[in-house]
Design a protein around this ligand. Sequence first.
Ligand code: ADP
Ligand code: ZN
Length: 302
Amino acid sequence: MSELLQAGIEAGGTKFVVALGNAEGIRDWEKIDTTTPGETLDNVMDWLDAASQEHGRFDAIGIGSFGPVELDENSARYGSITTTPKPGWQNVPLVRVFAERFGVPVGFDTDVNAAALGEHLHGAGRGIDPLVYLTVGTGVGGGVIVNGGPLHGLLHPEMGHLLIPAPRRSAAVDAEGQCPFHPSCLEGFICGPAIAKRWGVAKAADLPSDSPAWEETGETLAHGLVNIALTLSPRRIIVGGGVVKAPGVLASARRHFQKLLNGYLQVPRITQDVENYIVEPGLGDWAGVRGALALAERAAGG
Ligand code: ADP
Ligand code: ZN
């Protein structure tokens, strides 16, 4: 392992994962509960101090954060979480806090762009460009790698809120979409909490493996995947997050993806080899942290 270390932070709504490492891998890491911004960030910074005492200095920090976040470097709010519904976390200036405390360059992006970058460099998306990383967990979100780096735009991709048709003839106890903004968006039907609410259980993972929820979740996910494939023409779509760990969800998504496209995209990767088009993450749950380390390396000029 080379000597230079970076710090990577995956800033999530439930937990932060902070690591020291570099492109070779992770040297040390810790999980920290997301509570108030003050307490959470203090804990992250204390861990970084202690870890760099033990393992050596780091020359940059990379942060992949839940959002929405401000990625426009010309904005006064650059590097902040902006309008999140998470109490206390609106307008938290993550980049400034870490830059001031440690005096090193800080790279910043969305959690899903960081995960997409991690998978692109070290996981199931190596050499694949454009690449989409979609996560279906507590929320639904998507990151995009194009021309070797994360795609930013007016804001950043918000694929969780792709507008899709509501599941037909749903057997769910509550058939409604659960997003407070949209009656019929991807996240409103298939994020973990939406599945739990719609199918009347405490947690999505409590549903049995033969529940019709999983086939329907795959079909609804497929609508999102079709729209992504038609819009961005990615060479591969990686789908991660807790919900796709449920048996049958990805298989259902692949089957409905082909059915919904109905032969329109005539490329073998989709017509014959869809298992290699819609794939699981190669890095498991580590994509975000590995991506955050890569953001740090890029911020340092690496
Ligand atoms: P997060 O999105 O918070 O980073 P995850 O990607 O692990 O975390 O997603 C958590 C969500 O996924 C929860 O709503 C949980 O109920 C659901 N989940 C986790 N494991 C499973 C599973 N094996 N089957 C179905 N749902 C699951
Ligand atoms: Zn929505």
